[in-house]
Design a protein around this ligand. Structure first.
Ligand code: SF4
Length: 447
């Protein structure tokens, strides 16, 4: 997704790759540049400052960043004053290697540095020297966002950064460091300001959000406490949070779903695999049975809970039997949607450092992922079909991306709902009777 803004000394353009946390970080980086005074860059060719906010989770995401940088090199040749910066996880992980691979880059700033981007741009312009900023001890100044930010109906709010888990396939603890939670009062204050400015839906973000507040002083806080406090804000229509970890999810959380009418019934709750031996090698800290127990507890507490999952296919040592357990987990959980990926070894992960081989042949990984995706689509379509004839409340997002003559929005479970409507429904809550469904969306008519 591209983000556009400018500074007094020119224009800036940020290209964002990766997760919602990155989208938010780009917004914060932009707000920082806006603090220096702004004009608008509609496209990279119009910009004086070009940033790419990167992701390291998959190799493809890094290739995407380098290929974008490669295209920007031409612009630098035409305009030697152009400042090019790389932010985010790949900057943190690769550090000065980026300067070697893309020597025309001026700034490499890690995950704790994006709100200092204004200073770095000024320094590069004043000295002409490159900046490498990947220290981990910086404070992320989220309040900058409050000073300069466009009003939006849905907003992300970071409540914690980093992760204390060491899942062996994951680079996040390396790129984003250990968990660090923001004070509860500060988060509530930020949410109040957002709602006061017209935001109606807030999604709280954390890489491992269930362990929010564990090191806060003078006392530990919990995600549940935070949810009650934010949900209480007058005018907040919808509250969500992502991402949950099956080892840290606490049963008290289900009570919050029952108590808080504006807390939406949606859990993004990655299982990653159904095989106990693979889960052990991934160091996930739960078993197939435990995962299904949590699914059952969530559905008992909130029968219409929407569950989304993440699954990695072809992790080190995955046998046919292991893979069958993953299929069984999907079949029994009936995720409304699942992000399914093929494993590929990443630098700086425990798996690589411990020598867990990436030993499932590519062809086999492809066969397995195709089979799982096909089944997942079939099960999601079957579940969605059961919703035909029901009425759901939808929060409008505006014209449908696929068919601009129709209006698109989200139901409480965060599923896309498409309706015919002669008027724009963005920012409105409306009731829809579902008339048909696919694996990816529900279709209906306004009630
Ligand atoms: S819980 Fe595991 S997969 Fe998720 S961010 Fe932490 S280390 Fe990575």
């Amino acid at each position: 997704m591209a983000h556009q803004t400018t500074t007094r000394a020119g224009k800036a353009f940020v290209y964002t790759i990766g997760c919602q946390m990155n989208e938010l970080d780009s917004e914060l980086a932009m707000a920082t540049l806006e603090g220096d005074g702004l004009n608008v860059a509609a496209r990279p060719a119009d910009a004086d400052v070009l940033l790419v906010n990167t992701c390291s989770v998959r190799e493809k995401a890094e290739e995407k960043a380098y290929s974008w940088l490669g295209r920007m090199k031409v612009l630098k040749r035409e305009n030697p004053d152009l400042v090019i910066g790389v932010l985010g996880c790949m900057a943190q992980k690769e550090g000065k290697l980026i300067f070697r691979r893309a020597p025309y880059v001026d700034i490499v700033a890690g995950t704790a540095h994006f709100t200092k981007i204004d200073e770095y741009v000024r320094q590069v312009r004043a000295t002409g020297k490159r900046i490498l900023a990947v220290g981990r001890d910086e404070e992320v100044e989220t309040e900058k966002r409050l000073k300069a930010r466009e009003t939006r109906q849905s907003a992300y709010v970071a409540v914690m950064r980093g992760c204390d888990h060491h899942c062996t396939y994951c680079v996040v603890p390396n790129t984003r460091g250990m968990e660090s939670s923001r004070p509860l009062e500060e988060i509530v204050e930020e949410c109040k300001i957002l709602v006061g400015e017209g935001t109606q839906e807030i999604t709280l973000l954390g890489q491992n959000i269930d362990s929010y507040g564990k090191r806060l002083q003078p006392r530990r806080r919990t995600l549940s406490e935070l949810l009650y406090a934010v949900a209480d804000i007058q005018g907040l229509r919808r509250l969500r949070f992502i991402t949950s970890h099956p080892s840290d999810l606490k049963p008290e959380l289900f009570q919050a779903f029952k108590d808080l009418p504006n807390l939406m019934p949606y859990l993004h709750f990655p299982a990653q695999s159904g095989s106990d031996s693979v889960l052990k090698r991934m160091r996930r800290g739960y078993t197939f049975e435990r995962y299904l127990e949590l699914v059952a507890a969530a559905r008992e507490a909130v029968p219409d809970m929407g569950l989304a999952g993440d699954t990695i296919v072809g992790f080190s040592g995955e046998t046919e039997e292991d893979f069958e357990k993953t299929i069984e987990l999907h079949e029994r959980t009936r995720f409304q949607n699942a992000y399914i990926f093929m494993y590929s070894e990443r630098d700086y992960t425990p798996a690589k450092e411990q020598g867990l081989p990436d030993d499932v042949p590519l062809e086999l990984k492809k066969r397995r992922i195709n089979r799982l995706m096909k089944l997942q689509r079939q099960w999601a379509a079957e579940e969605n079909q059961k919703k035909v004839g029901t009425v759901t409340e939808v929060f409008g997002e505006g014209p449908s991306r696929k068919d601009p003559d129709k209006q698109e929005g989200r139901n409480p479970q965060n599923q896309v709902v498409i309706v015919e409507s002669g008027r724009e429904l963005k920012g409105q809550l409306y009731k829809v009777e579902i008339t048909s469904a696919t694996d990816a969306a529900l279709y209906g008519r306004l009630v």
